[in-house]
Design a protein around this ligand. Structure first.
Ligand SMILES: NC(=O)c1ccc[n+]([C@@H]2O[C@H](COP(=O)([O-])OP(=O)(O)OC[C@H]3O[C@@H](n4cnc5c(N)ncnc54)[C@H](OP(=O)(O)O)[C@@H]3O)[C@@H](O)[C@H]2O)c1
Ligand SMILES: [Zn+2]
Ligand SMILES: [Zn+2]
Length: 490
């Protein structure tokens, strides 16, 4: 029997009609009852998801009691939609009949999917829904490979449901529009990024921040409101609601523009929101990969001075000469890092793996902001002192062991801790997740105006597994983009 507080959270404890399975009660909402095996199935999905998160969370967080939620009338669904005119209609789990992926919907589709934690992708037949009145259907031309695709294909975040068709940097040409579509017509160049649905009624949705909607539907590896799986852009056909479609301006190249739909908005949004977009400011970009290299381009176009902080000394020349960075620090070179301490107004950290944070805090001026957008699968180590006082904890070790050292700091300044102690604090650390649809369109238009695209290596579909291996080795300048239209053969 699987059990976790998250599932109990969604189960109603009281009610006139209720089922009891292994001591968990399920309130019935007056419709047909859920069979015990259906409850178990439903529960397994959610318990698996939350248990994987719990394993990754520190104990204190995972044992916190959740806030009870009021019944919404859909007590058996933990995440019911609050509007009904959306892309798909909510269907209770009782009414769902398991179908093969190619039989779920009327439109035949073909792509490549990961089947297990090896992350290896292979050909996969599935289906897309018929174009509904507010839907746009398009033929996929190109799809970028984001490091998130790799995290997800290998289940590194512990939430993947297989088969998984990745891809959320998708561009193509419109082939069909629903009767109520207003902004797009057949033949338009369009794109889809990381999400394809949201509730439209929460505060985030009202603020054009669908990306922070608690019911946001990811482009792949998630569930539509009808319970069917979302599949991404490593495939020949997309169908999505108009609200989640981005217009690609004519002067933006489709292959090199595709990565902007995730990498672009993920760095553009925090530059704007955290006020790191003011001419004359000095911003650090940590990790010169898919996200990092477009962060440099956007920040430069905003008039910001940019320092790249990288583990790869061999990227220095291209960072400065091709991408326009003002300076380059090798993060593993302590001398270089010390010489730049206290110089940055903000940092956009795009690193995909666990990495030391203290040296980054020490690069910030007082009141500086460090924004995490990279999503390593393991927790980052965080010392409080560099944030609150601008110094690392080790200075206190120095203070207790060699108290005179501080008084004579000028005579012995070789250790990082004492140098960072010279800097004042009140630093902030934050995070950011893609961007809302309005801002995504704004970013694409800004990119078109300033000639910003990704540096890409266009590859055939059957190269995708090799490409994933090369991404892990940092062997790509700077984004792989799959030529879906020409190379995806059923
Ligand atoms: N927040 C969001 O909304 C959002 C959206 C998209 C992606 N992401 C996440 O952002 C991260 C980056 O994605 P990406 O597509 O840009 O990945 P990427 O192209 O692989 O770039 C990541 C860069 O991080 C650096 N790096 C890798 N391993 C490192 C290590 N062990 N220590 C220090 N630096 C290391 C490398 O840069 P150097 O060689 O310069 O050191 C590498 O090029 C991923 O975790 C992805 O899932 C988040
Ligand atoms: Zn992405
Ligand atoms: Zn919402």
């Amino acid at each position: 029997m699987k059990s976790c507080w998250n599932y109990k959270w969604v189960a109603e404890k009281e009610g006139k009609n209720e089922s009891r399975v292994n001591n968990v009660k399920f309130k019935q909402s007056g419709e047909e009852e859920m069979l015990p095996e259906e409850i178990e199935n439903h529960k397994n999905v959610w318990c698996g998801y939350f248990e994987s998160l719990e394993q990754k969370m520190p104990r204190s967080a995972s044992t916190m009691k959740p806030k009870p939620v009021k019944s919404t009338g859909h007590s058996r669904n933990p995440n019911p939609p609050s509007h009904r005119d959306n892309l798909t209609t909510y269907v209770s789990p009782r009414k769902m009949v398991a179908k093969l992926p190619e039989e779920e919907h009327p439109k035949q589709a073909f792509g490549w999917a990961a089947r297990d934690q090896s992350g290896l992708l292979s050909p996969f037949k599935f289906s897309r829904r018929a174009t509904a009145e507010k839907d746009v259907a398009f033929k996929v031309l190109y799809c970028g490979i984001c490091h998130s695709d790799l995290h997800m294909a290998k289940n590194e975040w512990g939430v993947t449901q297989y088969p998984l068709v990745p891809g959320h940097e998708i561009v193509g040409i419109v082939t069909e529009v629903g009767s109520k579509v207003e902004k797009f017509k057949v033949g338009d160049k369009v794109g889809v990024g990381c999400m394809v649905g949201s509730c439209r009624s929460c505060d985030s949705c009202h603020d054009n921040l669908e990306n922070y909607c608690p019911k946001m539907i990811l482009t792949y590896g998630a569930k539509n409101y009808d319970g069917t799986t979302t599949y991404g852009g490593y495939s020949d056909l997309m169908v999505a609601e108009e609200q989640f479609i981005v217009r690609i301006p004519d002067n933006l190249s489709l292959d090199a523009g595709a990565p902007l739909l995730c990498a672009g908005i993920t760095v553009y949004s925090p530059l704007r929101y955290f006020g790191l977009d003011k001419p004359g400011m000095h911003v650090g970009v940590v990790g010169l990969g898919g996200l990092g290299h477009v962060a440099v381009k956007f920040a430069k176009a905003m008039g910001v001075k940019v320092t790249v902080i990288s583990t790869s000394p061999n990227k220095k020349q291209e960072a400065v000469e091709n991408l326009g960075a003002d300076s380059f620090l090798v993060s593993r070179d302590q001398d270089q890092m010390q010489s730049a301490m206290g110089t940055l107004d903000g940092i956009i950290d795009t690193v995909s793996a666990v990495h030391p944070m203290v040296p980054l805090f020490t690069l910030l001026k007082s009141h500086g902001k460090l924004v995490l957008v990279g999503a390593p699968e393991k927790p980052l180590e965080l010392h409080a002192f560099p944030l609150i006082m601008g110094m690392c904890i080790y200075i206190y070790i120095c203070m207790s062991v060699r108290i005179t050292h501080l008084a004579n700091r000028d005579k012995d300044t070789n250790c990082m801790c004492c140098l960072c102690g010279l800097i004042t604090g009140r630093k902030m650390m934050g995070g950011s997740c893609i961007g809302g649809m309005k801002e995504t369109q704004e970013m694409i238009d800004f990119a078109a105006k300033h000639n910003i695209t990704a540096d890409v290596e266009v590859i055939p579909m059957d190269y995708v597994n090799t490409a994933m291996e090369r991404i892990l080795k940092g062997d790509v300048r700077y984004r792989f983009v799959i030529d879906v239209a020409k190379t995806l053969n059923p």
